[in-house]
Design a protein around this ligand. Structure first.
Ligand SMILES: [Zn+2]
Length: 360
């Protein structure tokens, strides 16, 4: 049962959480006993062996580093140059995992097809394939930096993250693209970089759909109708994304799954947050789309939260199969499930990458 996960922050976990992701989840948790510097210490759910166990053989893995202007209370770097350097450290970690045979970069049709062939009958130590994405564009010191990033294998980009961004306002903000935003989108389109609309403000998302002619996905995004919050996709945005051929990744962050989550006091148990509730979001999107071809997994399971903030029937990422079971119970056919598990993302990449020449 091959799976694709369209959103994990592996390098951030390696470098900022100091997690050696080659270890078992239990060992990573044990090593964090007593630590309180991050909200999810001792409760992580993702490691490379666990991805293999889950048969998540292909992921979209991020680089991420925010710039914060004076007065911005979010964690972040005080200059774009520092943020760029942070992402280059993350790139170096991915390269080390490639050298160690733990991961393999998927950057074009040939590497995608070879990797899928390997995972037909994978050896127990099969590398995890990864398509690299940049979450938040603050670290691109100028738009010119994008071409270097693409040469280095970057294939997707979400211009914004939480809060204000240098190119686009992000989650829980409002307003249109920043002055350099349109030029960034034009460079992305020219270079064949997938636009990830997750985390864009509402105005900038609509503006990006107008300006950008390339491939679009929403890597980790649930439905606003079911859980009201600007972080979520309203029905009109879902419809517009479907029209553009997007895939939308179901995210496992509890507050995005069940309404009324109160940070610090709600628990998955107290809110009834289970994979079945996440299936509600997937079914909602499919109903709007009139098809199961636009949904996928974008778990975000290592996005600065652990089991304190995931469905109660999840211990590690290997439990994602329960989400597929929940969808099967809702009437997903085997073919629908295959699309959800991996094929919708792979078809999207195949369509977008066909005949694409990347800058060498
Ligand atoms: Zn995110």
């Amino acid at each position: 049962m091959f799976l694709v996960d369209a959103h994990l922050d592996l390098a951030m976990n390696a470098l900022e959480w100091n997690r050696d992701l080659r270890c078992e989840v239990a060992d990573i948790r044990a090593r964090e006993a007593g630590l309180t510097d991050k909200p999810d210490r001792g409760r992580g759910t993702v490691s490379l062996p666990e991805l293999r166990r889950a048969r998540v053989g292909l992921v979209v893995a991020t680089q991420i580093a925010r710039y914060v202007a004076p007065g911005n209370p979010l964690p972040g770097w005080h200059s774009p140059e520092q943020a760029w350097a942070q992402t280059q450290g993350q790139l170096a970690w991915y390269r080390e995992m490639e050298k160690a045979g733990e991961m393999v970069a998927i950057t074009d049709l040939a590497s995608l097809d070879a990797h899928l062939a390997l995972w037909q009958d994978p050896p127990t130590d099969a590398p995890i394939g990864y398509v690299r994405s940049l979450e938040g564009a603050d670290s691109l010191v100028s738009v010119d930096y994008l071409e270097q990033a693409v040469r280095d294998g970057l294939r997707a980009l979400g211009p914004a993250h939480y809060g204000p961004g240098r190119y686009a306002p992000g989650t829980h903000t409002s307003g249109p693209l920043e002055p350099d935003g349109p030029a960034l989108l034009a460079a992305m389109e020219r270079l064949g970089v997938i636009l990830d609309v997750t985390h864009l403000s509402d105005d900038s998302l609509w503006q990006a759909l107008d300006l950008f002619g390339g491939a679009i996905w929403a890597s980790h995004h649930n439905a606003r109708t079911l859980v009201p919050d600007q972080r979520q996709l309203p029905d009109a945005q879902i419809a517009a994304l479907v029209e553009r051929g997007a895939v939308i990744g179901a995210s496992c962050d509890a507050w995005m799954i069940v309404p009324g989550w109160v940070r610090g006091s709600s628990t998955p148990q107290s809110t009834g947050c289970t994979f079945d509730r996440l299936a509600d979001h997937v079914v909602h999107i499919c109903t709007l789309a009139g098809s199961t071809r636009h949904v996928c997994i974008g778990s975000d399971l290592d996005g600065a939260f652990g089991t304190e903030q995931t469905p109660s029937d999840l211990d590690t990422i290997a439990d994602l199969h329960r989400l597929c079971d929940a969808l099967a119970a809702r009437g997903f056919t085997d073919d629908d499930l295959e699309g959800f598990r991996w094929r919708n993302v792979v078809d999207f990449l195949r369509a977008h990458w066909a005949d694409r020449q990347w800058p060498a």
